[in-house]
Design a protein around this ligand. Structure first.
Ligand code: PLP
Length: 404
C-alpha cells in the first residue's frame, strides 16, 4: 500500500520521498497500455476484465486502474470487497467484479458501492437477494463454478444448484458464469477437459438463469488455449498485463498464435548502493559471520532487505550494477542486503542497483528473480513492498475531485 501513498503524493510526503530515494519500483504505463493491446488481440473481440487484485500485483491498483479505464476496458476484477471499495474511493466508476467470496459482513458495502459480487452457492444468492429486496432494486451478480480449482463453490451438483438459484432470478441478475483453470500455464489436455466442462455448465446456466448470461474462463495463460476461449465473452488477464508469463507457457502448442510473446515487462526495481566496504581481514559478514569474506573483496550494501520482500530464503539473489551481475553475500537484512562488487571497480555509494529490469543492455526478468528467490512471479510481485514511481500515467479525470 506504500506504493499508492507514494503515487498519490509524489512530492507531498517527506516519508515517501525519503523512501524512494533509496528504493523504487518504476511502473511504465505506456507498457501497460501496450500489453493491454496485446491481450486484446489475443482475446479476439472478447471483453476485458483486467485483474488488479493485490494492489495490482503490487504496482498500485488506483494508478493502474486509471490507465486501464482511460484505455477503455469494460470492467475490472479484484479479489476482495475492500479492494473494490478502494477503487471506488480512488474515483473508479467502472463495473468491478469481486472474484472471491467475501465474508457476509461485507455484502452490504459491496452492493452499496455498486461492486459486482460473486456467488457460488444458494446461501450467497439468498444474502444478495435480501439486500436487493431492502434496496428495492435488483443486484447484479456473477456465478463462480468449481471445475477443479476447489477453492470456492461445490464441485458437484451443478444442475441442482441452478434449480436453487433460479428462485432468485427476480431479485438477482445473473450476468455471468466464470471459473478458474488449474493448469493453463503448462497442461493442454487438462485445460481442454476443464474448458469442456465449463462449456457444459455455461449452456446449462443460460438455459436455467437466462440467455443473457455470459461466460468467462481464460486468465492470462488461458489465452494460449483456443478451447478456453470458445463460447466465452470475457477474459480476466492479470499477470500478463504486467508483462510476465510463466516460462512453461512458451512450450504450449497455442503459444506461437497467441501473440503473447509481444508482452513486455511493465515494472522495474532499483535499489541504491549505500556503502562499499573493502574487506581487509579474513573475517565474516553480518550476524554470526555466516558468510566468509576475504581480504580485497568489495562488499556493497544495497537498500533492499526482507522488509521489502527480499526474503531470507534468497539463495542466488543477484542484481545489475554498471551492467554486471553482482551476487548476494550472506543473508538479506531488514533494510539492506550485501552484494559482491569485487568485479565492478566503479561501484560507489550512490549508484543504483537494478534489482529487476534492464541496465546497460543486461536484463533481470521477474521470472529469473522469482527463481532466485524460490517463489513464483505472482508471489514476487505481491511481496515486493516499496514506493512506486509511475511514468506515462494518464491525466486525472476531472470527476475525481476528491483531493486524492
Ligand atoms: C488472479 C486471477 C486471475 C488473473 O490470473 P493471471 O494468471 O494473473 O492472469 C483471473 N481469475 C481469477 C479468478 C483469479 O484469481
Amino acid at each position: 500500500m506504500t506504493g499508492v501513498v507514494a503515487s498519490v503524493h509524489p512530492a507531498g510526503s517527506l516519508v515517501a520521498a525519503a523512501m524512494s530515494a533509496r528504493l523504487v519500483k518504476i511502473v511504465d504505463h505506456d507498457v501497460i497500455r501496450h500489453n493491454l493491446d496485446v491481450l486484446r488481440s489475443a482475446a479476439g473481440g472478447r471483453k476485458l476484465m483486467p485483474v488488479v487484485k493485490g494492489d495490482a500485483y503490487g504496482l498500485g491498483a488506483a494508478a493502474v486502474a486509471r490507465t486501464l479505464v482511460a484505455a477503455g476496458v469494460e470492467a475490472l476484477a479484484v479479489d476482495t470487497v475492500a479492494e473494490g471499495l478502494a477503487l471506488r474511493a480512488a474515483g473508479v466508476a467502472s463495473p468491478v467484479l469481486v472474484m472471491d467470496l467475501d465474508v457476509p459482513e461485507n455484502a452490504a458495502a459491496c452492493v452499496a458501492e455498486g461492486l459486482t459480487p460473486t456467488v457460488a452457492a444458494a446461501e450467497h444468492a439468498r444474502r444478495y437477494a435480501e439486500l436487493a429486496r431492502d434496496r428495492d432494486q435488483p443486484v447484479t451478480v456473477w456465478l463462480r463454478t468449481n471445475i477443479g480449482f476447489n477453492r470456492f463453490g461445490p464441485r458437484d451438483g451443478f444442475a441442482a444448484l441452478l434449480d436453487e438459484l433460479a428462485e432468485y432470478t427476480g431479485r438477482l441478475r445473473f450476468a455471468g458464469l466464470f471459473a478458474h483453470l488449474t493448469s493453463s500455464a503448462w497442461e493442454e489436455a487438462e485445460t481442454a477437459a476443464q474448458a469442456a466442462e465449463f462449456a457444459d455448465r455455461l449452456a446449462a446456466a443460460r438455459a436455467r438463469l437466462g440467455p443473457d448470461l455470459v461466460g468467462s474462463l481464460a486468465a492470462t495463460h488461458g489465452l494460449v488455449h483456443a478451447a478456453a476461449l470458445r463460447g466465452t465473452a470475457w477474459i480476466r488477464p492479470g499477470i500478463g498485463l504486467y508483462g510476465t508469463v510463466a516460462t512453461s507457457a512458451r512450450h504450449l502448442s497455442g503459444w506461437p498464435d497467441s501473440g503473447l510473446d509481444r508482452l513486455r515487462p511493465a515494472w522495474q526495481v532499483r535499489a541504491r548502493v549505500l556503502d562499499v566496504v573493502t574487506v581487509t581481514r579474513p573475517e565474516g559478514l553480518g550476524y554470526d559471520r555466516t558468510a566468509p569474506v576475504f581480504p580485497g573483496q568489495r562488499i556493497a550494501s544495497v537498500a533492499i532487505g526482507f522488509s521489502r520482500g527480499l526474503t531470507a530464503s534468497a539463495n542466488g539473489f543477484s542484481g545489475l550494477l554498471h551492467g554486471r551481475r553482482c551476487s548476494l553475500v550472506g543473508r538479506p537484512g531488514m533494510d539492506c542486503t550485501q552484494i559482491d562488487v569485487s568485479d565492478v571497480p566503479r561501484a560507489r555509494a550512490g549508484d543504483w542497483l537494478t534489482v529487476l529490469g534492464t541496465c546497460d543492455g543486461a536484463t533481470v526478468t521477474a521470472s529469473e528473480l522469482a527463481d532466485e528467490l524460490g517463489c513464483s512471479p505472482y508471489e514476487l510481485m505481491a511481496t515486493f513492498h516499496m514506493p512506486v514511481s509511475h511514468t506515462g500515467l494518464p491525466p486525472i479525470p476531472h470527476t475525481e475531485g476528491n483531493g486524492q
